[in-house]
Design a protein around this ligand. Structure first.
Ligand code: ASP
Length: 439
């Protein structure tokens, strides 16, 4: 059995957190490949090492003195090293970093040092080999990620080790120029390593006990989702549920490797299993509820619209020409509505209106702003009767006016449009009817 374990920044923010991580790894011999993030926040007002590095490098780039900023970063590591009782010295590494900052080695190089250094500490603490991600995670010359070459390099290199630490978040081009993924990208490294070594499971350790059925800022103490499919996760993540970097799903998904989201502070919790497919029924018919505010709708009416071939295409062309992406597009017999992100749309609205008039000459056009979209997602909905009925009666009871309904053709999601001000009440009502009232 081979497991890849990735630990997020809050799991590695201090020596105390490192010790928990050490215990987790030592508790299971199959936890052989470890992907650490950079030290995160120790308390809510704290600053992540990655952000300290960005800040320090910005000073270096401006030609300012950055000694103090770099010393503060060094102190974070020294505190961890001494708290763990290690004799490791990072003097050499910090000397090299200062030199490279002076030579303006780049923002991505700067940010990557958080993981690089934490990887060194972790390897020393565990007695595992250290594999520099710059040697095994490859980016192309144009800066895009080189998936094929990365898989080959990782596989070749990691098969030489029984156990190894591979820092997350960064890699390099063939000429050695360091590149990073987007923020939170250590999740992607973990997934790439899991695929390359054909892991049985990819454990992603963080500070929550898995994916929650809905946003804890809206519903107090929501239940944890025990198992979720990649597809469901994608739908929920798209609508704002975040625990895992979006791009972390693809490498393991291709290989059918499950991801287990676990809590470093509560290792006894089983967390959430993210799988390709499962026979296990979701506990509450629905798997999760997520949503986003800040949409607006463009409503069009034209008699005989439905028999006018190419009508929709002409309308959509106007949005495409303006570079606006479309979120949803429910339609009626002589009506059609287009949902877009308000912030993308606002500054272009008059051009879009004029474009639509020119393209299809509608009888009536109306804009509505400040709308929220809520996705109710669940593989269990396909086989359960009355799901939509339950949702809408719950919303009616909560006095929420539903502006739009769109059931995805996968029958795994229902999207509901409401006014921004009804957004929280709507999510609470849906959670309540499925989770609290009828288990
Ligand atoms: N340390 C990086 C960040 O703060 C990457 C990561 O933690 O995954 O975004």
């Amino acid at each position: 059995m081979k497991k890849v374990v990735k630990f997020g920044g809050s799991s590695l923010a201090s020596a105390e957190q490192f010790k928990k991580v050490g215990e987790i790894i030592r508790a299971d011999k199959s936890r052989r490949f470890v992907v650490p993030s950079a030290p995160g926040k120790r308390f809510s007002a704290d600053i992540k090492v990655t952000d300290m590095l960005y800040d320090c490098y910005a000073a270096a780039e401006q030609g300012e003195n950055f000694d103090e900023k770099l010393s503060a970063i060094k102190e974070r590591y020294e505190e961890i090293i001494s708290g763990l009782g290690l004799s490791l010295s990072l003097e050499g590494e910090f000397g090299e970093i200062a030199e490279n900052f002076g030579k303006k080695a780049g923002k991505e190089y700067a940010a990557s040092r958080g993981e690089f250094l934490n990887g060194r500490v972790m390897a020393e603490y565990l007695g595992y080999a250290f594999v520099d991600a710059a040697e095994v995670i490859r980016f192309c010359e144009d800066g895009s990620f080189d998936e094929g070459e990365t898989d080959r390099l990782l596989h070749e290199r990691l098969s030489q080790y029984e156990c190894a630490v591979i820092p997350g978040f960064y890699g390099a081009m063939a000429d050695g120029t360091v590149k990073t993924f987007s923020r939170g990208g250590s999740d992607i490294t973990g997934s790439l390593v899991a695929r390359a070594i054909h892991a049985d499971i990819y454990e992603n350790w963080t500070d929550v006990s898995g994916f929650l059925v809905t946003d804890p800022r809206i519903v107090e103490n929501p239940q944890v989702i025990a198992s979720i499919t990649y597809k469901e996760l994608r739908e929920l993540a798209y609508m704002g549920a975040t625990v895992l970097h979006e791009d972390a799903i693809f490498p393991v998904r291709k290989e059918g490797i499950p991801i287990n989201i676990r809590n470093t502070n509560r290792p006894q919790d089983r967390g959430t299993m993210i799988v390709e497919s499962t026979c296990k029924k979701p506990k509450f018919t629905i798997t999760g509820i997520a949503g986003k505010k800040g949409f607006c709708s463009i409503y069009l009416e034209k008699s005989m619209m439905n028999s006018e071939i190419g009508f929709c295409r002409k309308v959509l062309q106007v949005f495409e020409d303006e570079g606006i992406s479309i979120e949803h597009m429910p339609s009626g017999i002589d009506t059609m509505t287009v949902f877009v992100h308000q912030d993308e749309f606002e500054e272009k609205e008059q051009r879009v209106i004029a474009g639509i008039h020119r393209a299809v000459k509608p009888d009536f056009l109306e804009l509505e702003a400040d709308l929220g979209l809520i996705a109710v997602v669940g593989r269990g909905m396909k086989s359960a009767r009355g799901t939509a009925g339950r949702i809408f009666s719950a919303l009616a009871h909560a006095n929420v006016n539903v502006k739009m309904i769109d059931q995805g053709s996968s029958e795994q999601n229902i999207i509901i449009g409401v006014e921004n001000r009804d957004f929280e009440a709507a999510i609470k009502a849906i959670y309540d009817i499925f989770v609290n009232t009828q288990l």
